[in-house]
Write a protein of this length. Structure first.
Length: 454
């Protein structure tokens, strides 16, 4: 039976989240400080119907919200939650907007000594909190925080899901009056237990009906355990949109381990899937909460992607199977060019990224082994269009292989024919000691061992 590329999509996860991809965001305070929400979402003073937060260093709350300790936060340092570009925003209110490199924007009001327009780094000072009665702060020193789904002034979203601050609760919006008022927020802690955190770093549509996704996700309850990634096409989870389980995000990300003490590095995803129709699509990418832990599934990003169509005359084919081996992955499949159906086409492989992303590429030679199933489905092509070979030079661990059939002649291009994931073992022996017993003048031991290199 001829194997063709298909994508079985179904309902995988529930829940919704914010409608954008955002960077990982630190709390915007000086290291080691604790601030408190004095007026929360849907606040009765100046926040009705809005997901805004007013924060101060004063732990008490007067009967009217932030009043009491009016100057406690004056001079407090406010920093950028992530890398981005700073812009003066509503100067009368002492505002600064930071448009993040990873998507979305953050606005803070009621500051003095504001940073100038231009690039800012994560943790760089944006300004200091104005004393009571300055920067139109209503008579109390505080910082007003907003999150926007796109650029400055775009739709506002709560500090929840993918827009959640590190070390803070998942601050969802329920419509409750003054929601989250009194909540303490401390910087430089580990992420609290709860829902996964992460980021979508890159996404690309690929000729041949494929999509490539790269980023990271981690469940802070189990920081040394990989988390699963699910993707929905053209609709969020629960909407009836088709979904796909991309498996565990277990690629090496030492930057994540460095940013979150106590976590392992195996939280990256560098994956993809096929079977997507040409055209413009929206992907909903979810980090899946590990079973038995606090929290819920989180939308890491709602990201637009354009999948190019395949030109007439391009090769046909499919990657059928992949097997991890020491320093390699064996891949098998078939391909031929309908313009020259009797000629064996060349197969190229790219490791941990699609062609054009900077990933390492190599030629696997020509697809010329016997595949009678191909001849049965395409009589003009004949059987000699199979391949079963190794992608070499792989480090131990998981890898994603992108396979391309190279256009031989006539019209067409080099289409993607497979996205395949396999793990290369380390090469060290594995085994188990089953039993130890007394045998008179000797000791009897039993068990097993195998060296995956042999």
């Amino acid at each position: 039976m001829l194997l063709t590329v298909s994508l079985l999509l179904g309902a995988l996860v529930g829940g919704t989240g914010v409608a954008q991809a955002y960077p990982s965001m630190m709390l915007p305070f000086a290291a080691g400080q604790t601030w408190y929400v004095c007026q929360g979402y849907n606040g009765s003073i100046t926040h009705p119907g809005q997901p805004w937060l007013d924060v101060t260093t004063y732990s008490g709350r007067g009967s009217s919200g932030c009043y009491g300790g009016e100057n406690a936060a004056a001079g407090g340092q406010i920093v950028s939650p992530a890398d981005g570009t700073a812009t003066t925003w509503d100067a009368a209110h002492g505002g600064v907007c930071v448009t993040f490199d990873g998507g979305g924007s953050f606005i803070v009001y009621h500051l003095l000594n504001r940073v100038g327009n231009g690039r800012v780094a994560r943790g760089q000072q944006l300004g200091t909190v104005a004393p009571a009665g300055q920067a139109l702060n209503g008579g109390y020193a505080h910082a007003h925080l907003e999150m926007h789904s796109g650029g400055c002034g775009s739709a506002m979203v709560p500090f929840s899901g993918g827009a959640r601050f590190e070390c803070a609760p998942d601050m969802t919006y329920s419509g409750q009056v003054n929601q989250w008022a009194g909540q303490a927020l401390t910087r430089n802690c580990d992420p609290q237990s709860g829902s996964p955190i992460g980021h979508v770093d890159d996404i690309r549509g690929l000729t041949g009906g494929g999509v490539w996704i790269r980023g990271w996700v981690m469940d802070p309850d189990v920081k040394t355990q990989p988390t699963s990634l699910h993707v929905y096409l053209d609709g969020p989870a629960g909407s009836g949109a088709p979904g796909k389980n991309l498996g565990l995000a277990n690629f090496d990300r030492p930057d994540v381990a460095a940013a979150y003490p106590g976590s392992s590095a195996d939280h990256g995803f560098n994956s993809g899937f096929m079977g997507v129709a040409p055209g413009n699509h929206t992907l909903y990418i979810y980090g899946i909460n590990v079973d038995g832990t606090a929290g819920s599934n989180v939308l890491l990003g709602q990201v637009a992607v354009s999948v190019p169509g395949t030109a007439t005359g391009s090769p046909l084919g499919n990657g059928d199977a992949v097997t991890g081996a020491i320093a390699a992955s064996k891949v098998a499949g078939w391909a031929f060019d309908p313009d020259t159906p009797q000629t064996a086409v060349e197969i190229h492989a790219y490791v941990d990224g699609a062609a054009g992303t900077g990933a390492r590429g190599l030629s696997l030679g020509r697809a010329s082994t016997s595949r009678p199933d191909v001849a049965k489905a395409y009589p003009a092509a004949g059987p000699n269009h199979g391949f079963d070979t190794a992608v070499t030079g792989l480090s131990p661990g998981p890898h994603t292989i992108f396979l391309y059939a190279i256009n031989e002649a006539g019209g067409g291009e080099n289409p993607l024919i497979g996205i395949m994931t396999a793990t290369s073992p380390s090469g060290s022996p594995v085994g188990h000691l089953d039993a130890v017993s007394d045998a008179g003048a000797a000791i009897r031991i039993s068990g097993w061992a195998v060296d995956p290199d042999l």
